[in-house]
Design a protein around this ligand. Sequence first.
Ligand code: BES
Ligand code: ZN
Length: 637
Amino acid sequence: MSPTIGTLAAVVAILYAGCSRRPAVNLQAGAEDERHDYHSYGNPHQIKVAHVHLNLDVNFEASVLSGIATLTVERARLYPEGPLFLDTRDLTISSAGVSADGTTYAQARFEVAGADPILGSKLTIHLPHEARFVRIAYTTSPKASGLQWLTPAQTAGKKHPFLYTQSQAIHARSWIPLQDSPGVRVSYSARIRTPKHLLAVMSAENQLGEERPGDYSFRMPQPIPSYLIALAVGDLKFRAISSRTGVFAEPSVVRKAAKEFEDVERMMQAAEELYGPYRWERYDILVLPPSFPFGGMENPRLTFVTPTLLAGDKSLVGVIAHELAHSWSGNLVTNATWRDFWLNEGFTVYLEQRIQEKVFGPERAEMEAALEKQGLDREMADLPERDEILHIDLKGRDPDAAFTEVPYVKGMLFLRSLEETFGREQFDPFLRGYFERFTFQSLTTDDFVRYLNDNLLAGKALAKRIPVKEWVYQPGLPANAPKPVSQTFKRVESAANRWAAGQIAARAIPTRDWTTQEWLHFLRALPPQLERSRMAELDRAFQFTRSGNSEILYEWMLIAVRNRYEAAYPRLEEFLTSVGRRKYLKPLYTELAKSPDGLKRAREIYQKAKPGYHPIAVATVDQILFESRASLGAAKQ
Ligand code: BES
Ligand code: ZN
């Protein structure tokens, strides 16, 4: 490592490297801007939080967590005095204490700044040079953006309340005062008290037994970014899948979930063969109630998933492959800031496909890749250019609001183009080496590009075929971007075309052996405008409105709204009022909001559905129905 001595960047590099467990990657002049996380008020290059201990009570009556967070801090040599800056959002802080030995605490002076709508409030704590521990007593707000409090009616069992956290991207600060940046890694431990009979689980070592004493202790020894700290509390049962995997879910769901996800051990073995040992000991899955706003969330040791994956035929377990893949891309090697999010998600979609190929065969993997590419093309058609760039500019924006397929699918296609150009013999060891080299570190886009040049491209004639700058810093896709093609899909397309041209009746299409992926492709290959009678013909033949497969139902609903197929509307309302997955809500509400009467209907449905949605989903839907284009629609009424 040879930073350019004399530059500010070098000083920052040395300070930063001095704080982390292993030397950080080479930082060069100017790199401090790249590494600066403008979504955090934290000052980790001056004082870094290294460990978080939580001691919290879960209060379902008041919908709050309250207790104490004890932070272990490390001061940089060149910052002998000066305060610690932390991120908070809607926290009520009652006191702060500091200690040199972790036993005797003195009151500390602290200030909570006014709230920024995106970042929350900066918390300043004044601490003497020798302080190593900072203790903060606090209570969360009932409207904390990272917590969802569910009533018994919103759970499968209907008897007990449920709480879960969602910290990514910048919501950990709404339930823990800390340096809420993916560039800061902490180990953590926790003691969580709950009502008796409920179980608490975390992204940490979990208890697998049957006891429910209402007092639980956790340890996460590996250093992780704050967005991976997670907690859930509910009437949960555990069921093992293999010696190191299993599912937590409400009692009525746990058996079905264990069956649906029974291939997870094979997926782990496939991932380990490709990318090296699984570093987190156990891999368990928590199935949440249907309001969970994501398909899955890669909380280490305990992936959180939506129950909409439980299709009954394992057809939607690609999401599990994805969250498992994050155990390497994302959780071991992490984006340093949210600008570098594609390093997490693009790599993960690529790994997800490699895992699926090994476990379910190349055709399934190729169909998934083709569906992803379609999704990207569909979304890019409406995106401003600045959001088509992998190294996205998020200044002044909420990372949640800038969430698109671009980091996921364009990122995956970039890695796939490297694979296609250099062959797996070179690309697989390169990627494996990357995970090994940067284990437990947080990387910027620049860091990756430099590593790529040094370890794969340099000195190779083939490198000319990879327009790296265009991939990473320009909108759109390079002309030679990979185009996944599935032979199976060609047959499906021709069936859709023949039906659309009136050459074949829906019933006569040979669909008997179609997989979910083929159905999805069929629905997407239909002409955008369909007469009501044609919609009815499809529905009679294939029972789409009654589908129990959430992905198929969602694609169908989208077509139904576009073509005002009213027979599907009761089901649409039922879907929107029971499922909170943002990937479904966003396009469906957007499609509804395109016409004045659709917008009216959307607002009526939303009024009923909103109490059941997560704050993240509420923010998304509010934006669609009450701001920008939607309000233009309303003005026309
Ligand atoms: N980490 C993401 C979910 C996420 C991203 C939450 C950004 C908050 C902010 C997770 O790994 C993910 O990508 N989930 C996808 C599923 C996947 C198969 C594409 C989802 O939820 O749809
Ligand atoms: Zn992901």
